[in-house]
Write a protein that binds this ligand. Structure first.
Ligand SMILES: [Cu+2]
Length: 118
């Protein structure tokens, strides 16, 4: 009998916690702040963008030159690889979960860009 009461006492808080879980939002994905990034012959302008962990942010890349190799955008940690057609805006929305640096670069890892997460 004693062990049964103990089990119930342990089980109750677990049930209470489970009930507070929120369902995933079903509406459109929040895009948060939008930051325009130009992709030139030598890299990104700006090359560093600062944001807060847990906040969605949309980086809008636009390649403005045929020079250089910015036609491909790579964000290694997110497994993102996108073509950047000349003079077209390409939006990438990210919600970094923890502080740190989230690099972005060209297809050959030559450009240096980063989303700095605080
Ligand atoms: Cu390159």
């Amino acid at each position: 009998m004693r062990s049964l009461i103990l089990t119930l006492a342990l089980a109750l808080p677990l049930v209470a916690c489970g009930g507070e879980e929120e369902a995933a939002p079903s509406g459109p994905v929040a895009e948060g702040r939008r930051v325009a990034i130009e992709v030139g012959a030598d890299g990104y302008e700006p090359s560093r963008v600062t944001t807060q962990a847990g906040e969605p942010i949309t980086l809008v890349f636009q390649r403005i030159t045929e020079a250089g190799c910015g036609h491909e955008l790579v964000i290694p940690s997110e497994d993102i690889r996108r073509e950047l057609p000349l003079n077209e805006e390409v939006a990438v929305t990210l919600t970094p979960s923890e502080a740190g640096e989230l690099r972005f670069t060209c297809g050959m890892d030559m450009f240096d860009g980063a989303l700095v997460v605080e």
